[in-house]
Each structure stands twice: as C-alpha cells, then as structure tokens.
Write a protein that binds this ligand. Structure first.
Ligand code: HAM
Length: 417
C-alpha cells in the first residue's frame, strides 16, 4: 500500500492544483510575502527559533489546553522535548537571553510552522504556519494599539475590509476587576477565565453551573459582556486607532478572554464578520512571561499576536480574494538543430546570469512540441540560434522577429518589460 501523509498535515503543490485536497504552495508564498512586507513597514525585524524545544518551555505557562496537544517525545539523549505548538515561549526565552543587545521596545516577527495534536477539522489542523509579531519592553497602551493596527493592516493588505473582519478587543484586567468585585478567590481566577473563554461554545446551563461554583451568575456575566464598557486602557487604544482611521475595524467584546494562561491584560481576536470561521488571529499582553521563563532574571512587559495561515486562506478563498498564480517564464530557447545545443546552453546560461527566467528543452524534441511548451510557459520571447553567432528573437505577443548577435540579445530583452 502506498504511504500516505499523516492526518492534519498538508502537502503544498504548485498551481494549478491537481486535487482539491491539497494546498497551494503559491498561495502560501503569497501570504508569507504579504506578512513580511507589512511587518517590515511597521518596523518589525524577523527572527526564528528551533522547531524542537525542551518540553518544560511549554508546560510552564502556556496552559492546559496546549499542553494536552503537544507532540512530545524523548530523544536519543533522554531529553523530553516537544515540537513547538506556539512561538511565544521561544520568543520569551530568546529575548530574556539577549535583551541587553537590543534597544527597547523590541519589535520582532516570525513565520514559524507550529504543531498541535488537535482533532483535524475545518480551520484546525495538526500543523499550521503562524505570523507572529511581538513588541517587548513597553507598557503604554500605545504599544497595544500599534500591534492591533498591524493586525488590521495585514488583513487589509489581502483586500479584506471592515465588512469582512472585525477585531474583538477585550481585557483580562476588566475581567479580573469583575472577578474581584464579585468576591472571587484569587486562586480560582484562571478557572474563571477558562469558563468565560468557553462561554460561546458551552451550553448555558453548564456555564451557569460552573460559574455558580465560583460564586458568580451567568446573568451577571452576560450583563457585563452586554454593557461592554471599555476600561481606560481600552479607550486609549480605541482613540489611538480612531486617529489612524481604523476605528471601524474594532469593537470592545468581553466575550473574548483567550485560552492561553500567560495573558495578563489586553487581549484580542480577529474574526470574519459573518462568524462562519474560527479566529483568524489572536493575541494580547503577557507581561509576566519573560520573567517566568528567565527564572526571574529578566522582567520585561510584552505583547503580541499570532495569525494562522489556515483560517486566513479559507477567508480569502471565500471572498474570492486570491490572485491567479502562475510563474511565467520570460524566454524559451528553442533547440531545433542539436548541433547548436552547446551554444544554446551558453545563451541560456548568460541570459539567466543577467537575471532573466529562461527555459529550454532538456532533451531533443520536435519543434512544434517545443513551441507548444513555450506557449504553455507564457513566455514573452522565443530565442533560436541560427548559428553559434546569431539568435532569432521572436516576441510572441507582437509576433515581431529580429536577428541579434548572441552577445547583444540581452540588450534587446532589456527594453521589454
Ligand atoms: P493562538 O490563539 O493559539 O495564539 O493561535 C493564533 C492563531 O493561530 C489562531 O487564531 C488560528 O488562526 C491559528 N491556529 C492556532 N491553532 C491552529 C491549528 N491547530 N490549525 C490551524 N490554525 C491554528 C497563539 O498561538 C499565541 N502564541 C499568539 C501570540 C503571540 N500571543 C502573543 N504573541
């Protein structure tokens, strides 16, 4: 039996795609390029880390849910290790190790491939790529606004508008205040956050029961969400975004609280407006993580977000926002006379060295087949050697043909975009 790929993993093929079940390597590249472009526009520098990390890096503070989903094993050196399910602990480790060498705030981004042993379903796989951008060393809400603006502008770069997506802005501080005001016990705070996180996906009776155990009623929780009064900090973020003309992209929504354990303040998630898909991106403040991971040595406030490629691609497909991908070649060198193959190889090589995309038949082929191939590749020109000194250059669009000296071909091509 043929060996098949693992469930929840993807094969990326060049377009046109041979089967609806495979993923587009071209679309992936398109998404990565946009992520990089916009991150750089906002002054973020690219970093990366290892895909394998010591298991404790993730068990320390990511939270139960992600720990249950780890791909972990013991390596040949008896180390207990895990494939990274998220990038934030690695970033915290890297920053803590060398933060003195970098001016604050540190603004870094990465595009890691992440691994989570989830039940594969629409929008959730066992492997995905995630655009991460994080800002370290600034507590002012101006930093939160800057990061949220980056989320919005990244999605806008794909042609998405305020009608396509919304950024739901919330704050663990607001919930903490609610929890404390209601007499909640500090030790149970994270349990409370977990109930809020699952509110949308849980039957009301069940949430009611769980909240009652902590001394709260679902009605009070729902009322707090419905009011959605922004905290001072959230208001500062809203004003900052309004000044940029981005106010329409954000709404205060206390239903969002985020699942990961390390978040400490502002949290947010980007969703499609129709609410058909899972979160496109999520993030927030994690002011205690660098300290925790560095064992108290380095204490820096931080915030960031992760935007996955899976949901984003689903949304772009649904809105018809993916461009057509092909990789047109510029020149096809025809080899009709095999005695001229060495000279043709030299021509091909020179043109490639000059930066042109050039194809040619690897083995002898009939002229009509070669020409057909040139058309399939959507080349602008065919080049055929008449002798080892002269080249017949044909513009396939205008059908114009000229004869040029082999060393002069580049000049003729340069004039054509
Ligand atoms: P997260 O919410 O776990 O956050 O993931 C962020 C985004 O990654 C999600 O909104 C989703 O689009 C995508 N994603 C997550 N898991 C999967 C999956 N199994 N399959 C497909 N897509 C997935 C984090 O990971 C945080 N570390 C983000 C962060 C960075 N917070 C601060 N800095």
């Amino acid at each position: 039996m043929a060996i098949e790929r693992l469930p929840g993993f993807r094969d990326f093929y060049p377009e046109p795609l041979p089967h609806p079940d495979v993923w587009s390597a071209d679309a992936r590249q398109y998404i990565f390029e946009k992520w990089r472009t916009i991150a750089k526009r906002y002054g973020f520098r690219e970093y990366d880390g290892p895909p394998l990390e010591p298991l404790e890096l993730f068990t320390t503070k990511s939270g139960e849910e992600i720990v249950k989903q780890l791909f972990d094993f013991t390596d040949k050196g008896e180390r207990h290790i895990a494939l990274r399910p998220e990038m934030t602990p690695t970033l915290a480790r890297m920053v803590a190790a060398h933060e003195r060498n970098y001016k604050k705030p540190i603004k870094w981004f990465a595009i890691p491939q992440l691994f989570r042993y989830e039940k594969p379903q629409k929008g959730r796989l066992r492997e995905h790529f995630q655009f991460n951008a994080d800002l370290i060393g600034e507590t002012d809400p101006a930093a939160d606004a800057e990061l949220i603006a980056l989320v919005i502008d990244t999605l806008r770069a794909f042609g998405l508008t305020a009608e396509d997506f919304v950024l739901r802005l919330s704050s663990r501080n607001a919930w903490q205040e609610f929890f404390q005001r209601g007499g909640g016990v500090a030790a149970r705070e994270y349990d409370f956050f977990q109930i809020i996180d699952k509110l949308e996906r849980t039957a009301p009776e069940e949430s009611e029961k769980k909240l009652a155990e902590l001394g709260f009623s679902l009605a009070a929780v729902n009322d707090f969400i419905a009011k959605g009064t922004p905290t001072q900090e959230l208001q500062a973020i809203l004003d900052n975004l309004a000044a940029r003309g981005l106010r329409d992209f954000v709404k205060v929504d206390y239903q969002v609280i985020r699942g990961l354990a390390y978040y400490t303040g502002v949290v947010f998630e980007a969703f499609d407006r129709k609410g058909e898909l899972r979160a496109i991106a999520g993030g927030g403040r994690y002011n205690g993580l660098v300290k925790l991971i560095s064992n108290g040595k380095v204490d820096l406030p931080a915030l960031g977000f992760g935007m996955g490629d899976v949901v984003l691609l689903e949304l772009l497909k649904a809105r018809g926002l993916l461009p057509k991908f092909d990789a047109p070649m510029f020149v096809y060198a025809l080899v009709e006379d095999e005695t001229l193959r060495p000279a043709t190889l030299k021509l091909v090589h020179d043109l490639r060295a000059a930066g042109h995309a050039v194809e040619y038949p690897l083995t002898p082929a009939k002229p009509d087949k070669q020409f057909k191939r040139a058309q399939e590749l959507k080349v602008a020109f065919t080049a055929r050697l008449d002798s080892s000194d002269y080249v017949r250059l044909r513009n396939l669009k205008t059908r114009e043909e000229i004869v040029a000296g082999v060393n002069d071909v580049g000049n003729h091509l340069r004039c054509t975009p």
